[in-house]
Design a protein around this ligand. Structure first.
Ligand code: UDP
Ligand code: MG
Length: 139
C-alpha cells in the first residue's frame, strides 16, 4: 500500500463561492503534487456509496444532498505522508475547532458545509481515488 497519495474533493460550497483557486494555491504551497484533478458532479447514488460508512448517522441525508447539489473538484495529491499531512492542512471537521491557517478555518462555513474532503487512511485514499479516476486520468 503506497503512503504518498491522498484523495480530496473541494466540495460544492467551495466551487459556489469561487474558492477553488485559493484552495489549490494552499495545496501547492504545502508541497503536494497534483496527480489527477477534475470538476465532476456526484449522483445521489455516488454520494451514498462514497459516504456509506456514515449511513447510520443522523447527518447522512443532509450530507448526501450537500455533496450532490453541484460540482466538486476531485483530485489525487502526492507527497510523502500524504494522508496525515493533508488532514493537517485542512483542519478539524468542524471549522470552529480548526487551527488557524487551515483550509477549513479559512473557507468552511460550518461542520456540515466544510469546504473540503480528505481521505482518512492510505487504504481509503486508494479506494476513493479509484472511485473518481481511471488510470488514464492519473499523472
Ligand atoms: N458531517 C456533518 N456532521 C457531523 C459530522 C460530519 O455534517 O456531525 C459531514 C461533514 O461534511 C464531514 C463529512 O460529514 O466532512 C464526513 O464526516 P467525517 O467524520 O468523515 O469528517 P471528515 O473526515 O470529513 O473530517
Ligand atoms: Mg472522513
Amino acid at each position: 500500500m503506497r503512503t504518498d497519495r491522498t484523495f480530496t474533493m473541494l466540495k460544492p460550497d467551495s466551487v459556489e463561492k469561487g474558492n477553488i483557486g485559493a484552495i489549490v494555491d494552499k495545496i501547492n504551497a504545502a508541497g503536494f503534487r497534483i496527480v489527477a484533478m477534475k470538476l465532476t458532479q456526484m449522483t445521489t447514488q455516488d454520494a451514498q456509496e462514497f459516504y456509506a460508512v456514515h449511513s447510520e448517522r443522523p447527518f447522512y441525508g443532509e450530507l448526501v444532498s450537500y455533496m450532490t447539489r453541484g460540482p466538486v473538484v476531485a483530485a489525487i495529491l502526492e507527497k510523502e505522508n500524504a494522508v496525515a499531512d493533508f488532514r493537517t492542512l485542512i483542519g478539524a471537521t468542524n471549522p470552529a475547532d480548526a487551527a488557524e491557517g487551515t483550509i477549513r478555518k479559512l473557507y468552511a462555513a460550518s461542520m456540515g458545509e466544510n469546504a473540503v474532503h480528505g481521505s482518512d487512511s492510505d487504504e481509503n485514499a486508494a479506494i476513493e481515488g479509484a472511485f473518481h479516476f481511471s488510470g488514464r486520468e492519473m499523472f
